[in-house]
Design a protein around this ligand. Structure first.
Ligand SMILES: C[S@@+](CC[C@H](N)C(=O)[O-])C[C@H]1O[C@@H](n2cnc3c(N)ncnc32)[C@H](O)[C@@H]1O
Length: 231
């Protein structure tokens, strides 16, 4: 099952696996993964070729799973995690089974916002233990993102800078879902708030970094993620 060969080719050119792993490690450390129990059962959804799983392995995590819709990307993963070829809108996992679910750059590929996002996020809540946590890094419209797009759209920049060209191709191939995602920040955060209590919700450098815990029916601890902080 392959999603879009041209997008996947540009994605592979955008960063080498090692560059990706360095980026993921930095992000995970910012989220505080250094101090989390290393035997936590983690599922990285929309995991692609598994760079995030390799970063977690190198940090000492021993109980890793990854889920993605693309067999060609999953085949590139080299590591010990258990991989699942599955649609994140309907995941083949028991309820209350994971300590941590992570998504990095996957939700903005969903075709319908908020409908598919709601389906996916309610699946995440279902598979997480009530004590679990959901970590999200997704593109977010900040001044930096607007600037980066303006620069990488320039033909000369695309010619001279291979990464810029790859980014421009990826953005063009996913433009409909990407722009839909960027244009509906309130709807996105409302879906998160429907299922999770925001512990962190911060936009900077073109990314949203969000951490939520499952919203239990009697939870009095609701912090609206509509209040996204920015740095
Ligand atoms: C931008 S890539 C991100 C991959 C990885 N998280 C990373 O940051 O390198 C988006 C991934 O989402 C996957 N994907 C898109 N729709 C999906 C769905 N409905 N269920 C599972 N995976 C999906 C694609 O196959 C692709 O690997």
């Amino acid at each position: 099952m392959c999603c879009d060969p041209e997008w996947e080719a540009a994605y592979k050119r955008f960063e080498t696996p090692e560059e990706e792993i360095t980026k993921f490690t930095r992000r995970l450390k910012r989220f505080g993964f250094d101090s989390l129990p290393k035997d936590a059962l983690v599922n990285e959804i929309f995991c692609g070729r598994g760079g995030g799983l390799v970063a977690l392995e190198r940090m000492g995590f021993t109980n890793l799973q990854g889920t993605d819709l693309s067999d060609t990307l999953l085949e590139e993963y080299q590591g010990d995690a258990t991989l699942h070829l599955a649609d994140c809108l309907s995941m083949p996992f028991d309820s209350n089974s994971f300590d941590i679910v992570i998504v990095q750059g996957g939700l903005h590929h969903l075709p319908r916002i908020p409908e598919d996002l709601d389906t996916c996020i309610s699946e995440v809540k279902r598979i997480l233990k009530p004590t679990g946590a959901f970590y999200v890094v997704e593109p977010w419209r900040t001044p930096f993102l607007t600037f980066a797009h303006a620069v990488t759209d320039q033909p000369l920049v695309r010619k001279l800078y291979a990464k810029g060209d790859a980014l421009a191709i990826m953005t063009a191939r996913e433009r409909v879902t990407y722009e839909q995602w960027l244009n509906h920040p309130k709807e996105v955060l409302a879906v998160f708030d429907k299922h999770f209590v925001a512990k962190q919700s911060q936009a900077s450098w073109g990314k949203l970094a969000y951490v939520g815990t499952p919203l239990l029916d009697a939870s009095a601890d609701v912090v609206s993620s509509a209040r996204v902080g920015s740095m």
